[in-house]
Write a protein that binds this ligand. Structure first.
Ligand code: AMP
Length: 429
């Protein structure tokens, strides 16, 4: 590689430029989410890209992989410790408390579409900057709210025509039943300690449930006979779990119960769920979420039970591509291309293009001194519906030629009124 090339600055490892086609797909996902989510009564929220570091260390948990290894934490010039958001639940909860949103009629239902940052080892489906679409519904402990959130996630995938999503549901219990279960699990893990990887050896001391998250196949094997939270739920948690399942069945959501489903954040209580895709290889989770009844009060807010989920946008796009069913990147088509034959008419073409755009049409004009032939080719390539040709003879009479590029039909039009005329044809006044 030449020295010059080596010095070239590239996008940081684990990040990507979303070039226009991909950016357009993301924009369409965002719009579609807006439609589906607003039918369910969710409103958009935008929180800062970075937050006080303590917001995440407290909520996600000191022992979690995210806090231990994956946060982009920096000190600003004022000596504050800040962190680029690795997830959005904690920021939304902070905003909920800070702006007293709990005083509105409950539940408060919010959604976000934001970029997240995690210092992970980049690989297919795993990046250092990625996008998530998620919801948070705050204010009700009812299983119907869990069922609503899960149904919304499933309906959104349905709207995208993603058919290969598998919904898995579990429960993490609550403060009544989880501590007792954790001790039982810890005892089991201690007995089998030698079967686990060194990381799990650490986990079983501080956070035994996290062992279920380990991808190591030996650890997974050793876990096959481990006691499962789902068998140790207290009566309230069991009723809640059954309630969620019953409602999901009533609205036709297919799911399976996964007794090993423990999600990587400390704040979950009761319901957890994950949507996997058979199309995605190792990083097969399209998204997931769960209930977090204690998080708002842990931050000093009024006790407010809540539930939410996040879907990974890059993984949704990968699943769409794998299923080859929806092409979100519509090729750009324009209304009008202005073709200049004589260079002296370039300024008039420029003015006319602006006039057309101001009416509401998409119009393009050549800025590269192309030949007439090349301009024609470009108009075709851009899928222009009309060409306006500024020929010298016509221009001398104050006219241009308007050509319909699909029929080839053409006729002269007055330069002074052609924009209005095209505007009317296209339905703009
Ligand atoms: P989590 O917030 O970890 O529950 O992740 C929710 C979803 O976000 C996952 O199921 C993935 O689809 C996506 N996701 C999480 N981490 C990454 C990452 N590093 N790169 C791309 N997508 C991610």
């Amino acid at each position: 590689m030449s020295a010059k090339k080596e010095n070239r600055i590239r996008a940081p490892r684990g990040t990507s430029d979303y070039l226009p086609d991909r950016a357009a797909s993301i924009h369409r996902l965002d719009r579609l989410a807006g439609e589906v989510f607003s039918n369910y009564g969710y409103q958009r929220i935008i929180t800062p890209t970075f937050e006080d570091t303590a917001l995440f260390t407290r909520s996600i948990g000191e022992a979690s992989d995210i806090v231990r290894k994956e946060m982009y934490t920096f000190e600003d010039r004022g000596g504050r410790s800040l962190t680029l958001r690795p997830e959005a639940t904690a920021p939304v909860v902070r905003a909920f408390i800070e702006h007293n949103l709990g005083s509105q009629s409950l539940p408060v239902k919010l959604y976000y579409f934001s970029n997240m940052f995690r210092y992970e080892r980049p690989q297919a489906g795993r990046f250092r900057e990625f996008w998530q679409l998620g919801v948070e519904a705050l204010g009700s402990p009812e299983p119907s709210l869990d069922a609503e959130v899960i149904t919304l996630a499933a309906d959104f995938l349905r709207a995208l025509d993603i058919r290969e999503g598998l919904m898995k549901i579990g429960s993490m219990g609550d403060e009544n039943c989880r501590p007792q279960y954790t001790l039982i699990l810890q005892k089991y893990l201690e007995e089998k300690r030698d079967s686990f990887c060194p990381d799990c050896g650490e986990r079983l001391k501080f956070n035994p449930l996290r062992v279920f998250d380990c991808k190591n196949s030996e650890c997974q094997k050793a876990l096959a006979d481990a006691p499962k939270m789902i068998d140790y739920l207290c009566d309230e948690c069991r009723d809640h779990f059954d309630g969620v399942g019953r409602l999901l069945k009533e609205v036709g959501i297919e799911f399976s119960i996964d007794p090993m489903l423990v999600r990587g954040f400390d704040y979950y209580t009761r319901t957890t769920f994950e949507i996997q895709s058979s199309q995605l290889g190792a990083q097969n989770a399209l998204g997931g979420g769960g209930r977090y009844d204690r998080l708002v009060s842990d931050y000093g807010g009024k006790p407010t039970p809540a539930v939410g989920f996040a879907l990974g946008i890059e993984r949704l796009l990968a699943a769409l591509k794998a299923e080859e069913n929806v092409d979100l990147s519509t090729p750009r088509k324009i209304d009008v291309f202005l073709i200049v034959i004589d260079n002296e008419h370039r300024d008039q073409a420029f003015k006319l293009a602006i006039e057309l755009r101001r009416i509401g049409l998409s119009a393009e004009v050549d800025y590269m001194n192309r030949s007439t032939r090349s301009q024609m080719k470009l108009a075709d390539k851009m899928g222009a519906e009309y060409a306006l040709i500024l020929g010298p003879d016509e221009m001398a009479r104050g006219e241009v030629v308007m050509r319909n590029l699909s029929t080839g039909e053409e006729r002269p039009e007055k330069l002074s009124s052609v924009a209005d005329k095209l505007g009317k044809i296209k339905g703009f006044e």
